[in-house]
Design a protein around this ligand. Structure first.
Ligand code: SAH
Ligand code: ZN
Ligand code: ZN
Ligand code: ZN
Ligand code: ZN
Length: 446
């Protein structure tokens, strides 16, 4: 229920001190709001799962929970942890790679590397044989992408986009990549690092998908929930992350994240700010007024929401492509039109986009833009968000989508067949006008 915030009159208040925990770490605090904007009753719900079927944790904020229920809940949380620990999985992996090819099996049903003594238990499961070193280096190809639409849809980068990101980081001189929910980028980096002598970049993967712990050591992967900044491996895992962020002899770090799109932007922003703070704390004087460099990969229609939380960010025109994204197939032009963009706090002019894919440099805007994105003299910027050529509306004093027309009723541009109903732009949390939900004084995350 939780991540449906924004719909059905439920708003996120944020992480709260002393929040109860579900198997996915501390729950988030939400509030039911009525039409008039009056605050309803507050409740805790799972941070990671939008679908009650995946995690049905629910508790009213003011609810009295009995000792027996607390104990039962703790036991439930313990029982809902993975059957092997990360440490055990690392040991298993060591044994697995010692096996001859003919004995290397992967159970597709359990999504698990099998040791010979376990074959028996999985005898009626489908499995893959002869798991090669190359396959072990690309777990994202071996594991099936989680496809639960609401909770965890895994959209894996197309090779083109993954290569692009990695080349960009290399060219910009980064030596470490904190990969938050980007397993495919992580594996590309780790795989190159193990094969190419001169390749100096390292990655640490933070992801909620524990299946990856079978392939990476505790210094390469942390089981992490990005909606509540929760390290399942506790303080030790947090320390691993901290160590990784420490920039020894100018080994510069960048964080990249590609969260599930259904996710609550405010919860994500809150966690990312905490990771930025962690980076800041590892630094000496040098970090004083700086932010950890970051790429947040997200659809363009979230631009204003992201900028609310990270005013130093700008959106790049680069269209991030995926291998298994059913929604965004080939557009009219024959090329895939993806709505997914890069939001970054790096100087836009440094983000060089591939000219061979049609991107060009706008000298006025000082950034690379899509081929269809025309510089508007009136706005004095390249205004298209979706890659198509936008048109300027003199009444709205801004550029709008090519399919929009100015509506005198609404006094703004809209689709021709829209219904002229005025909606008041009031804050979603408190219902008052004058500020957005992210700036609402009653929000607990700063
Ligand atoms: N394009 C990326 C994958 C993005 S899909 C790539 O190819 O590398 C979103 C990723 O976020 C998945 O790996 C998923 O496991 C992870 N994820 C989903 N919910 C999460 C959560 N609550 N905390 C941390 N990671 C999460
Ligand atoms: Zn949960
Ligand atoms: Zn099995
Ligand atoms: Zn314009
Ligand atoms: Zn208009």
């Amino acid at each position: 229920a939780a991540r449906a915030a924004g719909l059905g009159g439920i708003a996120l208040l944020g992480p709260a001190p002393g929040a109860p925990s579900c198997p996915h770490g501390p729950a988030l605090l939400f509030v039911k709001t009525s039409q008039g904007g009056e605050e309803g009753r507050r409740f805790y719900a799972c941070s990671a799962c939008r679908d009650r079927k995946d995690c049905n944790f629910f508790q009213w904020e003011d609810e009295k929970v009995s000792e027996t229920r607390l104990a039962a809940r703790e036991e439930y949380n313990r029982n809902h942890q993975p059957s092997f620990t990360h440490r055990q999985n690392v040991e298993r992996y060591k044994n697995f790679v010692l096996l001859p090819l003919s004995k290397r099996r992967f159970c597709q049903e359990c999504q698990q590397l099998l040791l010979p003594e376990e074959w028996e238990k999985h005898s009626d499961h489908q499995f893959l044989c002869d798991i090669s070193t190359a396959q072990l280096r690309s777990p994202s190809q071996l594991l099936y992408p989680l496809e639960n639409k609401k909770t965890n849809a895994q959209y894996l980068f197309a090779d083109r986009s993954c290569q692009f990101l990695l080349k960009l980081f290399t060219d910009l001189g980064f030596r470490r990549v904190l990969s938050v929910g980007t397993p495919r980028l992580h594996e590309m980096i780790q795989s190159k690092a193990s094969q190419e002598k001169d390749f100096r970049i390292r990655s640490l993967l933070l992801d909620i998908d524990f299946r990856y712990s079978q392939f990476y050591t505790e210094d390469e992967f942390c089981h992490y929930n990005m909606f509540n900044d929760y390290f399942f491996g506790g303080e030790a895992a947090r320390e691993t992350c901290k160590r990784f962020l420490y920039e020894d002899n100018d080994e510069r770090v960048i964080m990249v994240t590609d969260p599930p799109f259904g996710g609550l932007v405010e919860a994500l922003a809150c966690s990312f700010k905490k990771l930025m703070t962690m980076w800041k704390e590892t630094g000496k004087e040098g970090h004083d007024n700086k932010e950890m460099p970051m790429f947040w990969i997200f659809p363009y229609f979230f631009e204003s929401r992201i900028l609310d939380f990270f005013p130093s960010f700008s959106m790049m025109d680069y269209q991030v492509d995926y291998d298994n994204h059913a929604l965004y197939k080939h557009g009219k032009t024959g090329r895939r039109q993806s709505p997914v963009r890069i939001f970054t706090n790096l100087t836009p002019s440094m983000i060089v986009l591939p000219v061979e894919e049609g991107y060009r440099f706008c000298t006025v805007c000082q950034r690379y833009v899509s081929s269809g994105n025309q510089h508007c003299e009136m706005c004095n910027s390249c205004t298209s968000k979706d890659g198509r050529r936008w048109k300027h509306c003199v009444l709205c004093k801004k550029c709008v989508k090519p399919s929009w027309f100015h509506c005198n009723n609404c006094n703004c541009c809209a689709l021709q067949n829209h219904s002229c109903e005025k909606t008041d732009a009031a804050c979603f949390v408190c219902g008052k006008a004058g500020h957005k939900r992210s700036a609402c004084p009653s929000l607990s995350c700063t």
